[in-house]
Every structure is written in C-alpha cells, then in structure tokens.
Design a protein around this ligand. Structure first.
Ligand SMILES: Nc1ncnc2c1ncn2[C@@H]1O[C@H](COP(=O)(O)OP(=O)(O)OP(=O)(O)O)[C@@H](O)[C@H]1O
Ligand SMILES: [Mg+2]
Length: 178
C-alpha cells in the first residue's frame, strides 16, 4: 500500500482563459460537497486577490502565483484535505513541479480552441488583447503549453460541463481517491 494513502488529492484544472476552468471547478465543488469530502477550491481570480495580490502576468509572476498555490496544497493534502485548483497554469515546468510536490496530483486539461475561447470571452479580455489594450494575454501574445500526459482531457468545446464534471469524478473514483 502506498505511504500516501492518507493524503488528499489535487484536481488541477489547466487551460486557456475562457476554456471553462471556473465553471468546472464550481461543478466539482458542488459534487464533492454532496459526498461530504474535505476540500478547498483555489481559483485563479480569487487567489490573485489575496495570496497573489500585486503579482502580474510575466512568466516569473505567473510562476510565483502558481507555486504559492502548490505550497498551500502541499500543506493541506498532507493533512488529508483535498483541493480543486483552477489556474491557467500555462507552463509545462510549473505543472511538472506541482506533480512532483503533490503525491495525488490529477492534471485535467480543458481543451478548447482559442477561436472558441475568443467567441466566449467571458471577461472581455480577448477583446482587449486583440485591440492591443492588454499585452500578456495567454493564447494571444503569451504561450499556452498544452499538457503532454494529463490524467484527464476534457473537450470543453464540444462536451457539456455536466458531462465533463462526471468525467473528472469517474477518474477520481477509478484512482480510488473518492
Ligand atoms: N462545455 C463547456 N464547459 C465549460 N464552460 C462552457 C462550456 N460551454 C460553454 N461554456 C461557457 O464558457 C465560459 C467559460 O468561462 P470560465 O470563466 O469558466 O473560464 P475560465 O477557464 O475559468 O477562464 P479564466 O482563465 O479567464 O478564469 C462560461 O461562460 C461557460 O458558461
Ligand atoms: Mg476562471
């Protein structure tokens, strides 16, 4: 039996802005609550208002922002608390570091074309980036490095959120984490 049997899991949602990370995180929150599990949700926008206040969108700042979340997840998970993380987390190296630090790491890639994200543009950020008013937008000027070997790939362009939420839960069941 693994020595990490009492550790919490971390569902790490990564994808372009507008790919549906917050939407899927909210759905997972609802489902984990129903199951009475102990967990915290770390959503990029919320984390940037407190833990990462003052940080911007350079590679270095994005890394610092993500690594703070990884650190807090490390503290929680070793005490048996689970976590749902929804961060763009565009870099392979940062996600690889998260995998290294967190024993029950479940990387979930929200696959959605940049064209569809631009159509959705839930915060109007793509519009601003395309108009040259923002210059660090992931998918426009900044890179998004697609996960190479995630535990789960969600096609958020074609499959419904409910279907995708169930898909993550099935993976957690399969791994015996829930
Ligand atoms: N199948 C789907 N899965 C998820 N979201 C969808 C889907 N179809 C349409 N949407 C819509 O796409 C938008 C996704 O926005 P959301 O805020 O969840 O993205 P995000 O990845 O959290 O973006 P950001 O990185 O900017 O925070 C929402 O308005 C959601 O309702
Ligand atoms: Mg979001």
């Amino acid at each position: 039996m693994s020595s990490f049997e009492n550790y919490g899991f971390v569902v790490w949602l990564t994808g372009l802005p507008g790919s549906g990370k917050t939407t899927i995180a909210r759905g997972l929150e609802r489902e984990l609550k129903v199951r009475g599990l102990k967990f915290e949700v770390f959503d990029g926008d919320e984390v940037r208002k407190n833990l990462s206040k003052g940080l911007g969108f350079s590679k270095e700042d994005r890394d610092t922002h993500n690594k703070r979340v990884i650190y807090v997840c490390k503290l929680l998970t070793r005490n048996g608390v689970n976590a749902v993380v929804s961060l763009i987390s565009p870099y392979h190296s940062t996600r690889a570091y998260a995998r290294e630090q967190l024993p029950r790491f479940v990387e979930v890639y929200l696959k959605c074309s940049v064209e569809e994200c631009i159509r959705r543009d839930p915060k109007g950020l793509y519009k601003k980036a395309l108009a040259g008013e923002i210059d660090n937008m992931t998918g426009i000027q900044d890179p998004y490095e697609e996960p190479l070997n995630p535990e789960v790939v969600l096609d958020t362009e074609h499959d419904s959120s409910e279907y995708n939420i169930q898909k993550v839960l099935s993976k957690l069941e399969e791994l015996d984490y829930i």
